[in-house]
Design a protein around this ligand. Structure first.
Ligand SMILES: *Cc1c(COP(=O)(O)O)cnc(C)c1O
Length: 367
């Protein structure tokens, strides 16, 4: 507790117990020529798309508060997905919505079930919201979900968070697993589809919403739309789930510029098709070429990144950064991902640099 000696003052002594131990997220990024560490879209966007967004950004008034519910944007998203507007809640990135789901539906005694390795924020936000986490680890070889163990854990849980395609393992959620969760348990089930635009066109579970009121889908404009800096994501769910989320959200978290630019982006979404197609083609090329380097193990991916296992991964990550100016994500200290790096699919040129760099480095570990 607080001491009388102000010289030893530390606000950590005052912090809410659930929040103790969290550190600021300030990943002192080394500036690198090629940043493939955060699954952003690094492609040049079509000129028509950029022009629409520029126009939208410069035509908003900043003296007025935003529309709290972003209704124009919701209308367009409703059209995109063939649902009604009351099934959509927009947020300041998917991250805010993940937090709000736990804020609304979690809490002491209400368990969240996850299947790691997955998105680290699930467990972080759960802890912040006093929500116990039960982890059902994926198969260490295939990253498949342990279906029976998951259904069993979910039968006493409030929430299940699953990711499809999963970050960082790249595989899709199987329909059978989701179906069992929705029929055999009473949990709210979130399917995080942050990367689904990079998967087969029938990969999304949005069409299941009509039949399954406890299904919640998360989408974001940060990945395929190339708008990570804009901070716009949304949830699709039963209107009563949306109502609960809408009731507890920070009312102005999605600002007027973000709403206007996001609306223009969603309206212009057809222009992105060639970009997404190119990323998918590059993903498969990158996977093939990296897979041929001796010592590299690579998993199939439905997203805009690939997961590789290689000798001395942490050191390879540092050498890519320092000798080749390429930044990738090191997962080698994450349980289940020993020796693993995650590489975002970049432009053809960026991918060539990665392939050449890893070929170079592999000469040392293959002798
Ligand atoms: C990137 C990502 C998100 C959302 O990111 P935002 O930028 O906050 O929209 C959500 N889930 C996963 C698994 C992600 O990788």
């Amino acid at each position: 507790m607080a001491t009388d000696n102000e010289g030893l003052f530390d606000a950590a002594d005052y912090v809410r117990p659930a929040l103790s131990g969290f550190e600021p997220y300030d990943p002192a990024f080394t500036p690198c020529k090629i940043n493939l560490s955060a699954n952003e879209n690094t492609h040049v966007m079509p000129p028509g798309f950029v022009e629409q967004l520029r126009c939208a950004a410069t035509s908003v008034s900043l003296n007025r508060y935003p529309d709290p519910m972003a209704n124009e944007l919701r209308n367009e998203l409703a059209l995109r997905h063939g649902v009604s507007r009351d099934m959509i809640c927009v947020g300041n990135g998917g991250d805010e919505l993940l937090f709000n789901l736990l804020f609304a539906f979690g809490g002491a005694g209400r368990t969240l079930v996850t299947c790691p390795p997955d998105f680290a924020e699930y467990a972080n936000f759960a802890t912040m919201c006093d929500t116990p986490v039960v982890r059902i680890p994926r198969d260490p070889e295939t990253f498949a979900i342990d279906e029976d163990a998951l259904v069993k854990a979910a039968s006493t849980a409030a929430l299940v968070f699953l990711t499809s395609p999963n970050n960082p393992t790249g595989n899709l959620l199987e329909a059978e697993v989701l179906s069992r969760l929705l029929t055999e348990t009473k949990a709210l089930v979130l399917v995080d589809e942050a990367y689904v635009e990079f998967a087969a066109s029938d990969a999304s579970f949005v069409s299941w919403l009509a039949e399954h009121p406890r299904l919640i889908i998360l989408r974001t404009l940060s990945k395929a739309f190339g708008l990570a800096g804009l901070r716009v994501g949304y949830v699709l769910a039963h209107p009563s789930v949306i109502n609960q989320l809408a009731a507890i959200r920070q009312i102005y978290s999605v600002d007027v510029v973000a709403q206007a630019v996001a609306l223009a982006a969603v309206q212009s979404r057809k222009l992105l098709k060639p970009v997404v197609a190119d990323i998918v083609a590059e993903r498969d090329r990158l996977a093939n070429e990296l897979g041929e380097i001796s010592g590299i193990r690579i998993w199939p991916s439905e997203a805009n990144f690939v997961l590789v296992r290689l000798p001395d991964a942490a050191r390879v990550r540092t050498r890519l950064r320092d000798e080749f100016s390429i930044l990738v994500r090191d997962f080698s200290s994450t349980p289940g991902l020993e020796g693993c790096l995650r590489i975002t699919v970049g432009t053809p040129e960026e991918n060539n640099h990665v392939i050449h760099a890893l070929r170079d480095l592999s000469k040392e570990w293959s002798v």
